[in-house]
Design a protein around this ligand. Sequence first.
Ligand SMILES: Cc1ncc(COP(=O)(O)O)c(C=O)c1O
Length: 427
Amino acid sequence: MSNYQTEELETLASKVGTPYWIIDAELLRKRIGDLKKIAALSGVHLRYAMKALSCTRVLEEMRKAGLWVDCVSGNEVLRALKAGFPSGTNPPVIQLTADVFRDSALRAVTDNNVIVNIGSAGMISALKAAGWQGPVAVRVNPGFGHGHVSACDTGGPSSKHGIWPDDLPDVIRACHEARFKIVMLHAHVGTGAEPTEFFTNMRRLGEYFASLISLLPDVRIFSLGGGLPYNYHEDQPDVDYSVLIPTLQKVKTILSSAVGSEIQLELEPGRYFVAPAVTLVTRVTDVKKTTTNAKGPGQTFVMVDAGFVDLVRPAMYGSYHAISIPAREGMPKIPLNVAGPLCESGDVFTRDQYELLAPRLLPLPQINDLLLLHDVGAYGYSMSSNYNSIGRAPILWKDSDRVTMIVRRETVDDLLRTECNEEVSLL
Ligand SMILES: Cc1ncc(COP(=O)(O)O)c(C=O)c1O
């Protein structure tokens, strides 16, 4: 979590308005550096899952640090290229992981020689028809795993991701017939509800991959996906990432002895790098109350100018983000709900995973106070929308004592730019 002086946040607000996102460049670099050290000790190659936060400035930072990148759409591939990541499959610096080719995806990979991580059997014939002649990776659904909440379903019969084990022989055959060499085996099992679950699952995944080696004797690269846990709760201990070193070393040993030679292990976190480095700065516009009646207890709502168009995670999964009101620090705390401007009852930042109100103990703010939502770097801006025709908020980049706006606020002209009146022939 980053610390800012209230005056500097107010100065920035007077220049760019609220809400705005602010990235702490030094913290971002520290996260990258810390994990690179762990990866070096574990013998693992790092890829950044750019869907977590895909703006060019952040991608450039990852590229300069020597990370590779995992994309999930054709446009993410194009963004990665724009940020200077090289195309090509040897080495496969850019990778596309998908279950469906949509929009520019097939073009982006075939034009730029980008390796595809196949998540659905039908993608093989689509790639072949598009003229692909290179190697591929295969993403399997290992039958276990989930994100921080069970609604985030990354593995098992109820997960849409990857190739179900029963289908793997057919997928291997189809790749063989298409002359696609399978060079990498991949799975993403997710964070898990408890930090320890992730580390247990990594080992389990290593054993699972080892059980598939007889089917895939040529594979030497194994990706354990992303999902490195991050502790969002101020009152809980930080995750001990040093556990990763023996865990990954163990997985490497399991896999290299199953293969009978050295293997390459990959990890592709998103959240780990960016989550703590970004803060969403909002303005309190009102405080209003309801009183208890037959339907339920009375509540206090702190109204702010950011909503789930900016940060959707609390509305989508009941995700927790620390909240602070710098001007009221040290004052007594009472249970408060923090809600946004959207014409949607779910536009509340203080919710639990059952999508019910989860009032938070916070000092009572006054109108015009700044209210900060912390640790919003992962799946914050990148999941934002312009629902209600609200333009996306700007992103500021703070590096030492310099602040640069790296993404401006979206205007109504931006929103209207795609509207047109072109006749589409029915012939
Ligand atoms: C295939 C894949 N790789 C990597 C990630 C990154 O996960 P995280 O940001 O939790 O590290 C995801 C996230 O959902 C994913 O689906």
